[in-house]
Each structure stands twice: as structure tokens, then as C-alpha cells.
Design a protein around this ligand. Structure first.
Ligand code: NAD
Ligand code: TYD
Length: 354
């Protein structure tokens, strides 16, 4: 079996659901259930004996050690993280605790468990760290896309905390020989993304008749990937990646934020038209995010050439699926938007309103 952490969040849940749709190998899913983790997403697995859900913290060394001893996984896939850049600006403490201290405790428990395994299980064991392109920092318009050898130059508390966790992962390989793998992926979109992130936020606000907040001049560039393609890349690296190596994941889909928001509006105009006019009329430019990275772009050549991965979705086909999913699942959106989430949104957008 495999141990997945953060498997009640956006990408982790897509990974677990996708994994159990095609594999019989069971999954132990350790998730703290922060505001971003939702058991509602995992409801299809509630009677599935291949899925063992455990509510808990990756930073709880004793809990993790007990799970490893009991379930004897052949791999750990670490999705657990605080993941929202805007929250890291106002409350960075949780980012340090989970993304750095939590990753350290998980690594330490993994190292001790790995040391107890017989030779064959030891060499087959993998610790896969799910990371982000944001650790590489920001690119000027003419720069080549990030390759795996690009220096880590994080610019905000979220990316700095992810970078610190990744460095510990790397160090556990070099110092202790732990067979680690790291993936650095670009921005994801797709089903079950918490509606504080750009694309689901824009869909929700559009349908509610609210402003669609675009930070600064809207010309910041992100490289977008459909979540299912990211999950398949992680499976591919887990099975065929070389321990100690990093693999960038992305589909060369660079878009400015205003382009993304306009594309969402165009899809909504087609699929759920307003009584009059276009959703574009709701676009509102607001105060920029502090320390806002201008451009991310991923070169995924290594993953494609060495491991044979390629994305199934283009930006257009993937975005259509994402928008359609949110239109079809208003109950999920209402469910995850608790009172605490609403309070945070009010604070965030009062502070950033131009
Ligand atoms: P998310 O915020 O949707 O989910 C994170 C999950 O981790 C939640 O279920 C939460 O409850 C859980 N969690 C948080 N702290 C925990 C702790 N201490 N112990 C156990 N569980 C904990 O995040 P996501 O978007 O699914 O991102 C998953 C991973 O992928 C993160 O490591 C993130 O850095 C990385 N990543 C995300 C993107 C993206 O575009 N979303 C892109 C590249 C990489
Ligand atoms: P986000 O979804 O928060 O992902 P990340 O910060 O990890 O890239 O934001 C994507 C881009 O959209 C980023 O450049 C910030 C911008 N953005 C807005 O313009 N308005 C918003 O309300 C949000 C949440 C993000």
C-alpha cells in the first residue's frame, strides 16, 4: 500500500480518487482536515476498504511512526501543505509549521521506518515530495522556462516554506540515502479546488453576480495544468523516477491572469449565460498582491523525454472541464464554504480592494 498525506485537499483527493479508480493497491490517507481538506470530496470512497482515512498532522511524529509500522507502505506521497499565497502573507506561522516542520517530521519518521525494512523493500521504497514551480521565483518575460537545475529563489512565505521543505527532502537523500523524488508542478486547475484560488473563485463570483478580482494590471503570467495530468505525472515519477532526482511538471500553457479570467467568462457566457451582457462586465482590477511573482513557466522536457509523460488536456479542453465541473457541483462549493472561509474572504478582499 501507499501512504498519501493531504489526500483530502484539491490535488491529493484527485490523486487518491484517480489511483483507486485504476489500482487495487490500498491507500492510507493522512490529512489534518484544515479548512482546505474536505471529507465530502472523498465521499465516493466511504465504504471502500482500500481507502483508510486518518485525521492527523504530518508533524505528529508518533502518529506517523505508528501508521508506517502498522501499514508498511512501499511509498509516501506528500501533498500535505498550507498552499495559498495570500494566506501566507497574513498568517505565515502555519506555513512554517506544516511545510517545513511537518515535512521534517514526516521525513524523520520515514527514515526510521525505512531503516527497519528488509533489503528488497528498502531499495523499492520511495518518498515523493509534491512541490511547486513557485520555489524557483519569478521570470522576466524573455527568460527560458524553469528547468530542474534552476536555482531555488522563493519570494513569498508560501514558496519559501515549500523550498525549505524540499531542501530537507534533498538532504535526507544525500545524508541518509532515503530514496526521495521531488516534483515541481505549475498552477493546477480542476475539480475540488478550494474556491479561494483564482479559477474557482472567479467562477463562483461570476455566478453570484460579484466582482471578479484581478490583482494589479492582470498581466502576471502563470503556466496552467489540468489536475488529472498532474496526478498522472506523479504516478509516473513514483513508478519510474530515479531516487534523488527532481522532475518539473507542466504543459507549456503560459497565460496572463486577465486572459484566464476572460476565458472563464467566455465559457460561462456559453454554458450559463447571464440574463443580459457578459460576465466580463464583472471584472474588477484590485490592489496587487504584495511580492507578486510576475511570471512562472515550466519546462517539463525531462519528465517527457526520460519518463514518457505527456499531458492529455490542452488549456482549452481542461478549462472547459473545470468550468463544467463547478457548474455541475454547486453543493460541493456550498459545503466547503464554511463560516470561517466567508470571514476570510471578506477580510482579504476588503484589504485588497482598490
Ligand atoms: P490544498 O490546500 O487544496 O490541500 C492541502 C491538504 O493538506 C488539505 O487537505 C489539508 O487539510 C492538508 N493539510 C494541511 N496541513 C496538514 C498537516 N499539517 N498534516 C496533514 N494534512 C495537512 O493544496 P493543493 O492545491 O491540493 O496542493 C497539494 C500540494 O501540491 C501542496 O504541497 C502544494 O504545494 C502542491 N502544489 C500545488 C499546486 C496548485 O496549483 N494547487 C501546484 C503545484 C504544487
Ligand atoms: P492563485 O490561484 O492564488 O495561485 P498562485 O498564487 O499559487 O499562482 O493565483 C493565481 C494568479 O491569479 C496569481 O498571479 C494571483 C492571481 N489572482 C488574482 O488576480 N485574483 C485573485 O482573486 C486571486 C485569488 C489570484
Amino acid at each position: 500500500m501507499i501512504l498519501v498525506t493531504g489526500g483530502a485537499g484539491f490535488i491529493g483527493a484527485n490523486f487518491v480518487l484517480g489511483w483507486l479508480a485504476v489500482h487495487d493497491e490500498p491507500v492510507v490517507n493522512l490529512d489534518k482536515l484544515t479548512y482546505a481538506g474536505n471529507l465530502e470530496t472523498l465521499r465516493p470512497l466511504q465504504d471502500d476498504l482500500r481507502h483508510v482515512f486518518v485525521q492527523g498532522d504530518i508533524g505528529d511524529g508518533a502518529l506517523v511512526a505508528g501508521l508506517l509500522a502498522r501499514h508498511q507502505p512501499r511509498a509516501i506521497v506528500n501533498f500535505a501543505a498550507e498552499s495559498h499565497v495570500d494566506r501566507a502573507t497574513s498568517s505565515p506561522e502555519n506555513f512554517v509549521q506544516t511545510n517545513i516542520v511537518g515535512t521534517f517530521r514526516l521525513l524523520e519518521a520515514a527514515r526510521q521506518y525505512w531503516g527497519t525494512l528488509a533489503t528488497e523493500a528498502r531499495s523499492g521504497f520511495r518518498f515523493l515530495q509534491v512541490s511547486t514551480d513557485e520555489v524557483y521565483g519569478s521570470l522576466v518575460p524573455t527568460a527560458a522556462a524553469f528547468s530542474e537545475t534552476h536555482a531555488y529563489q522563493p519570494n513569498n512565505p508560501y514558496s519559501a516554506s515549500k523550498a525549505a521543505g524540499d531542501h530537507l527532502v534533498r538532504a535526507y537523500h544525500h545524508t541518509h540515502g532515503l530514496p526521495v523524488l521531488t516534483t515541481n508542478c505549475s498552477n493546477n486547475h480542476g475539480p475540488f479546488q478550494f474556491p479561494e484560488k483564482l479559477i474557482p473563485l472567479v467562477i463562483g463570483n461570476a455566478l453570484a453576480g460579484k466582482p471578479l478580482p484581478v490583482y494589479g494590471d492582470g498581466l502576471h503570467i502563470r503556466d496552467w495544468l489540468y489536475v488529472g495530468d498532474h496526478c498522472r505525472a506523479i504516478e509516473c515519477v513514483l513508478e519510474s523516477g530515479t531516487p534523488g532526482e527532481s522532475y518539473n511538471v507542466g504543459a507549456s500553457s503560459e497565460k496572463t491572469n486577465i486572459d484566464v479570467v476572460e476565458s472563464v467568462c467566455a465559457l460561462l457566457d456559453e454554458l450559463r449565460p447571464r440574463a443580459q451582457g457578459s460576465y466580463r462586465e464583472q471584472i474588477a482590477f484590485v490592489q496587487d498582491r504584495p511580492g507578486h511573482d510576475r511570471r512562472y513557466a515550466i519546462a517539463a522536457r525531462k519528465l517527457m523525454m526520460e519518463l514518457g509523460w505527456k499531458p492529455a488536456e490542452t488549456f482549452e479542453t481542461g478549462l472547459r472541464k473545470t468550468v463544467q465541473w463547478y457548474l455541475d457541483h454547486p453543493d460541493w462549493v456550498n459545503y466547503v464554504q464554511s463560516g470561517a472561509y466567508k470571514e476570510w474572504v471578506q477580510l482579504q478582499y476588503r484589504e485588497t480592494a482598490a
